[in-house]
Write a protein that binds this ligand. Sequence first.
Ligand code: TYD
Ligand code: MG
Length: 454
Amino acid sequence: MAKNKTAYVCNECGQDFPRWQGQCSACQEWNTITEVRLGAASPGRSTKFVGYAGASSNEVKTLDQIDLNAMPRILSHFGELDRVLGGGIVPGSAILIGGHPGAGKSTLLLQTLCHLAEQMPALYVTGEESLQQVAMRAHRLGLPTNKLRMLSETSVEQICEVALKELPKVIVVDSIQVMHMSDVASSPGSVSQVRESASYLTRFAKENGIAVIMVGHVTKDGSLAGPKVLEHCIDCSVMFEGDSDSRYRTLRSHKNRFGAINELGVFAMTERGLKEVANPSAIFLSRGEEESSGSLVMVVWEGTRPLLVELQVLVDNSAMSNPRRVAVGMDANRLAMLLAVMHRHGGLQMSDQDVFVNVVGGVKVTETSADLTLLLAMVSSFRGDILPSDLVAFGEVGLSGEIRPVPNGQERLIEAAKHGFKRAIVPKANVPKKPPAGMEVVGVSKLSEALEAI
Ligand code: TYD
Ligand code: MG
């Protein structure tokens, strides 16, 4: 009989502990550690299909002896998906696509696989929807349906067995939270099941040269194991994000062993499924004719592309002793820091004001180039001054009030000029020798100069 081992695993970061404790000492989260029973047999079990030539062997080689051409990347139907994955799907890799329920993960993968199946064997395993439901969706979306092999199954061992008979090049497992392994003694969706299923599938992918794409749901409460637990074992982790009330969905990689991270792919959800947006730089721009205070456009750099995004700030007298600082789509710490810089170096006191910041279109901005835009929009709202609608700004703001340059300044300006912006306030070091045609570029190196420029 297999000996059962007990471990205590953190739901957030997947760290193991020998005994239960209230706080995870790895990620500092409270009440995330649960007891799991691990089957003793699972870690050592072989998943290998003997006929596969690329499987690991004991032979020692130098790097240049390893044949790379044997495994060209698989190009999917979607160029945006390929760019996020670093140029296509790597054979034998384990990819996780995470996102909130209803984001469109199943739709994206069904569309991708239906088209891929035209060129190579592919298998779509659904554990959540019935085969009829998936077929209905495929017909409604007008996808080619005669090649893709479908399987409705939740047992990981069964899936791998079928896969070894079918020998697909790509498998989709929708979703990892409903998968289970017979020798793990807990219910599907628990940390131990998700972790063991994912690591088994990852090993299966590596040993057989089959790319496995797993779907992972993200939930607000910690009852389901989120993709954090999985990130250790898989090769690529991409997130499919977007408000369900917005048309646009973004695909962003958080971990990628085969390419750059933070590459952004943009899709639009239509009644005919997902369509890619190949040139997304201005889709989040929604400025009306009416000019208003507190609104300014920034140019952020996403992976290898510029993106024009509108930022709105509302500064208003606070009725509370503790004024509110709310940032949607931006880091609240950054906002607090900029308020301090503004007080100290710009002479503007906002300690009795509520400050609300919103990035239009549900985009999340993590880049420091948004600092200057946020600051100028804040000043505009505070003073009630209207900023011209053909103005863009970007630049990093330092703690001593200096405006620091950001990468790819020239490309950002060119993109803004392309969309009809006529004026730009940028860090002095980012001012190009020859500004884009029809654009006036103002370089600033200190906060006071920036405030003067508006
Ligand atoms: P789905 O792929 O089922 O989401 P997930 O697998 O991430 O949970 O997508 C469901 C949402 O997508 C649903 O709210 C409706 C929307 N949708 C469309 O708007 N158009 C379509 O053609 C399809 C298939 C879905
Ligand atoms: Mg789904």
